[in-house]
Write a protein that binds this ligand. Structure first.
Ligand code: BJW
Length: 246
């Protein structure tokens, strides 16, 4: 996949770049996406049936164990060339906002600094009843109990039907509304409010670039569509915008 020269020029000359990432950017790090695949024990459950407060109330042990399984995968995962390429773009740009729906922390691990975690972080915990932060939950029971109030401990992530952290939502909306270039990477672009961000950027006149092996609701509207895995395409995009010297 060749990178259009006009796109490389737009990226190089941008004053503010915003990026929205989804599970696809971490697929090449071995973290399963939500809607492409679930493996093993969990293959028969849809994430929409596990990532809700109702599911946790119904069966807290099962939901906790699903997160334990995913934490283990995330704990073993390392950033891939797509994550590193985004960290390199930030080094070239004074204005750069990386908005991620991912809870795996791999953007920070790759060296990205201005990261907005819209859906929280799987490595943090809080209690279900009052939201008290719980640093080191016990191994037992499953789920553990909050040392302050005795409530059940849950991962500090955003489930369906829950509000996003206000500061993250405002930062994401602000970046989408003011950027010149918006990269939409590895997301099915169906979960709101994140799914509206590239359309907000389009409405404000930004150049919107989709990077994904499969089509999404954004594909027919994007300014550029780069079809393929982000671990291959993002490094090529960076090399086209800032060719290596020497
Ligand atoms: C590759 C690749 C490679 C593969 N390289 N790419 C407006 C209209 C309708 C409904 C709503 C609405 N506003 C709100 C809602 C309700 C709901 C919603 O959006 N529902 C839709 C499903 C219809 N939203 C909410 O409830 C949100 N809260 C909210 O809005 O509060 C206010 C409110 C509440 C209720 C009503 C109205 C307002 C909260 C959403 C929270 C989402 N949480 C999850 C779980 C997080 C915790 C966890 O990790 O367990 O977030 S669900 C899950 O989906 C997770 C993801 O971040 C999110 C998005 O998924 P993502 O990242 O796009 O992954 P996939 O698997 O879908 O796609 C992967 C993509 O990668 C694919 O396209 C592949 O092709 C691609 N790919 N390999 C590049 N190598």
């Amino acid at each position: 996949m060749d990178i259009p020269v006009s796109l490389a020029t737009a990226l190089r000359n941008a004053r503010h770049v915003a990026v929205l990432t989804g599970a696809g950017i971490s697929a090449e790090s071995g973290v399963p996406t939500f809607r492409d695949s679930q493996t093993g024990l969990w293959a028969r459950f849809r994430p929409e049936e596990l990532a809700t407060p109702e599911a946790f109330e119904r069966n807290p042990q099962m939901v906790w164990e699903w997160y334990e399984w995913r934490r283990k995968l995330v704990g073993q995962a390392r950033p891939n060339p797509g994550h590193y390429a985004l960290a390199r773009i930030e080094q070239h740009m004074p204005g750069f906002t990386l908005i991620t729906q991912n809870v795996d922390g791999l953007h920070h691990a790759a060296g990205s600094r201005n990261v907005v975690e819209m859906h929280g972080n799987i490595m943090r915990n809080k209690c279900f009843e009052h939201g008290h932060a719980v640093d080191r939950p016990d191994d037992d029971p499953k789920p553990p109990r909050c040392p302050r109030c005795g409530g059940r401990v849950r991962p500090d992530v955003v489930w369906f039907g829950e509000m996003l952290p206000e500061h993250a939502l405002q930062a994401a909306l602000g970046a989408a509304g003011t950027c010149d270039v918006f990269l939409c990477v590895g997301t099915s672009t169906v979960v709101e409010p994140a799914a509206s961000l590239p359309f907000t950027a389009l409405a404000r006149g930004a150049c919107v670039v989709e990077i994904n092996p499969a089509p999404t609701p954004l594909t027919s509207r994007a300014s550029y569509v780069l079809t393929g895995p982000s671990g291959i395409i993002l490094p090529r995009l960076v090399a086209a915008a800032w060719p290596p010297t020497g």
